[in-house]
Design a protein around this ligand. Structure first.
Ligand code: PLP
Length: 385
């Protein structure tokens, strides 16, 4: 059997060697607690402060605007629930988000509703983009926070976050964006775009799983989700994970430095793959294809070929990819993202997400471009009309 190929970079990425090397000393001699006053503590504090400063620079931010979290999910939860709790007294009791968000945002919005707030979901266009009319109708002066993801993790569609943030802020609404899939692909600069709060996650950019960060623009009201020590000025108590913070900063610097080159490489590979699939399966549907998209995700449905059997057939031939997002694999309900943009249940249950990244070579693309249509043709021959 040929070497297995990995087409699931939107689920997670391999840890980069440079990141591992930067983290290594903190699992060895540099093990101190950054809150300790002695030399071990001071050494850890210096490394943590430097990591924060370096990550902040990658976001066009000041270092006191960056909070390290345990993952992207925690960052999203803190943004939605933390800002809402801080603002509800002011009469702004609603949270507005989109139905295509990651569950880390959607479930946080449900929690706001359980705590007495109001959850509003913006309408979507079939293109995968936010419906502007619906956005303007829902983002009113009783809204505490609006959260719109920059790049969708299932279909790659890229929202116009700078424009949406501007419109939300004109109504006094705090604007959060989940940039977990956008960081390292899209230019993100807090000096140029008006978002107030932004989430990222390490394991999507070559750092390990279990580290994320939240950018919080100075002056943004936000409550902590955890209570304990005074770390991070009380915003995020708990002894800091120095090694992981250092790893995230390193991965972020590399991602920003390589961003434009990476975009061009992935875009060419994705376009080649999609063209090869469409050439042999003209009725295949590539979700979000006509919209602005990040280049690392393609999501394709072939009418009549269900995703579970296709995934298994690909896996047997060494191709690792996913149906919808990783958190939903194993569940047979169709993707909430595809449903929200009006894809029929039949087509949604045929969706396969192939996501590209550091491990994707042109040879991998050629292999899948050949294999995918061949498997589809075989599945169709075996399926009664
Ligand atoms: N937001 C998006 C868009 C994601 O793709 C993910 C992970 O799949 C998350 C949030 C959650 O990040 P983490 O796995 O670090 O909790």
């Amino acid at each position: 059997m040929p070497e297995p190929v990995y087409f699931d970079h939107a689920a997670t990425t391999p840890v980069r060697q440079e990141v591992l090397a930067a983290m290594q000393p903190f699992f060895g001699p540099r093990f101190g607690n950054p809150s300790s006053v002695h030399r071990w503590g001071r050494e850890a504090r210096t490394a943590l402060d430097a990591a924060r400063e370096r990550l902040a620079r990658c976001l066009g931010a000041a270092s006191d605007e960056v909070v390290f979290t345990s993952c992207g999910t925690e960052a999203d939860n803190m943004a939605v629930i933390g800002v809402w709790r801080a603002r509800q007294e002011s009469g702004r009791r609603a949270v507005v988000t989109t139905p295509i968000e990651h569950k880390a945002v959607l479930a946080a919005a449900h929690q706001v509703a359980r705590e007495g707030g109001e959850e509003r979901l913006v309408g979507m266009q079939q293109s995968g983009l936010v419906d502007d009319g619906s956005f303007d109708a829902l983002v009113t002066d009783d809204v505490a926070l609006c959260s719109v993801m920059w790049v969708n993790n299932e279909i790659g569609v890229l929202q116009d976050v700078p424009a949406l943030a501007k419109r939300a802020k004109a109504r006094g609404v705090v604007f959060h964006t989940d940039a977990v899939q956008a960081f390292g692909k899209v230019e993100i600069d807090a000096r140029r775009a008006a978002f107030d709060v932004l989430s990222i996650s390490g394991h999507k950019i070559g750092a390990p799983k279990g580290i994320g960060a939240l950018y919080i623009r100075r002056g943004t009201p936000i409550e902590p989700l955890m209570f304990g020590g005074t770390q991070d000025r009380g915003r995020r108590p708990g002894t800091e994970n120095v090694a992981m913070a250092v790893g995230l900063a390193k991965a972020a610097e590399l991602a920003v430095a390589e961003r434009e080159h990476e975009w061009a490489k992935l875009e060419a590979q994705r376009d080649h793959l999609e063209a090869a699939i469409l050439a042999r399966i003209p009725d295949a549907v590539i979700h979000g294809r006509g919209s602005p998209r990040a280049p690392h995700i393609t999501n394709v449905s072939v009418p009549g070929v269900d995703s579970e059997s296709m995934l298994m057939a690909l896996d047997l031939r060494g191709v690792a990819c996913s149906a919808g997002s990783a958190c939903q694999s194993g569940s047979i309900s169709p993707s909430h993202v595809l449903s929200a943009i009006g894809v029929s249940p039949d087509l949604a249950s045929a969706a396969i997400r192939l996501s590209l990244g550091a491990l994707t070579t042109d040879a991998c693309i050629d292999r899948v471009a050949e294999l995918f249509p061949a498997l589809v043709e075989k599945a169709r021959r075996l399926t009664p009309a």
